[in-house]
Design a protein around this ligand. Structure first.
Ligand code: ZN
Length: 310
């Protein structure tokens, strides 16, 4: 990715080396403001997708007022509500200091996601609100609770922040065989995809719904949520490609990463066998498919795993 010299986001909070700093949530849970409304253009608008998702959830959740979604979801009490993209590792790395170049890269990719999603939301008459991205090492406290670097990258809807452990990229490369800067960009874009889901009401609803579900059902819906985040990452890559800053092989790096962190591949690697009922992020093939899907068209309407066979 030709990222050097491009704009870097101011929304990166560097908490490396602080080992779990006081990272108090601003706004608190349940303050989600959903930018609903605006003009509706041709094709399937973002609002339409939201409505489809709401309908879907509504059918499955008797007794839940869908309007609650619009009023703001919030955190799941006790459940944390964070969307964790677990590395599956027990150890979290040594907390080796990451280079400033890594921070610059992360800040640049985040800036690219800001520009892209601002444009996509604007086209739908909506306002995109930038997430923060916290770089940390060791432990971190988020509005979703404590997390260690072993948890892998995650997004916390309660404080609207992406949390990225600085050793994860090394782990991605060395343990998961997913190398290349665009593999890393994909990880960031996936987490930002969860932020988009938060802004559009999908994530709050999911967090609310899964409390009333059995494990298997919750896992299935988790896969749908994750595949949509992959698809959103693909949409971002689509527009990034149009800027002419993707290099040959970049998309292959992202697709390979999606392959390496698929539930089946990870389980095979970690424990030697797979337990499909426990899948909660999607198989390697599913993750690749949805990433490629978003990348190919750049359309949000193609990112609806809630109403499309996955
Ligand atoms: Zn995820």
């Amino acid at each position: 990715m030709l990222w050097k010299g491009r704009r870097q986001s101011d929304n990166v909070e560097d908490q490396r080396g602080q080992g779990g700093g006081l990272n108090l949530p601003r706004g608190g849970p349940g303050r989600l403001r959903i930018p609903i409304g605006g003009r509706s253009g041709g094709g399937m608008s973002l609002s339409t997708i939201i409505i489809l998702v709401v309908l879907y959830f509504g059918l499955k959740a008797i007794g839940i007022d869908p309007l609650q979604i619009l009023a703001g979801g919030g955190l799941v009490p006790g459940g944390g509500g964070q969307i964790t993209d677990n590395s599956g590792e027990q150890g979290g790395g040594t907390g080796a200091p990451a280079s400033d170049e890594m921070k610059q890269f992360v800040s640049t990719v985040l800036a690219e996601t800001e520009d892209t999603w601002t444009g996509i939301f604007q086209a739908e008459g909506l306002t995109y609100e930038d997430p923060k991205l916290v770089l940390f090492s060791g432990q971190i406290r988020s509005a979703c609770g404590f997390a260690s670097s072993a948890a892998g990258p995650f997004y916390c809807p309660g404080d609207r922040k992406v949390y990225l452990d600085t050793t994860f990229f090394q782990q991605l490369d060395q343990q998961f065989g997913a190398s290349g800067d665009f593999a890393q960009a994909y990880v960031i874009a996936h987490e930002v995809g969860h932020h988009v889901q938060n802004l559009t009401g999908i994530l709050p609803k999911f967090n609310q719904m899964r409390q009333q579900m059995g494990e298997a059902e919750a896992n299935h819906m988790s896969v749908q949520v994750e595949l949509q985040a992959d698809c959103f990452a693909g949409v971002w890559a689509h527009f990034t490609g149009q800027k002419g800053i993707l290099e040959q092989g970049d998309m292959d790096e992202a697709l390979n990463a999606a392959q390496q962190i698929g539930d089946d591949t990870m389980q095979k690697k970690m424990q030697g066998y797979v337990v499909p009922e426990s899948f909660n992020h999607g198989t390697s093939q599913q993750r690749q498919t949805w990433l490629a899907r978003g990348y190919k068209s750049g359309k949000l309407s193609d990112c609806d795993p809630f109403n499309t066979p996955i």
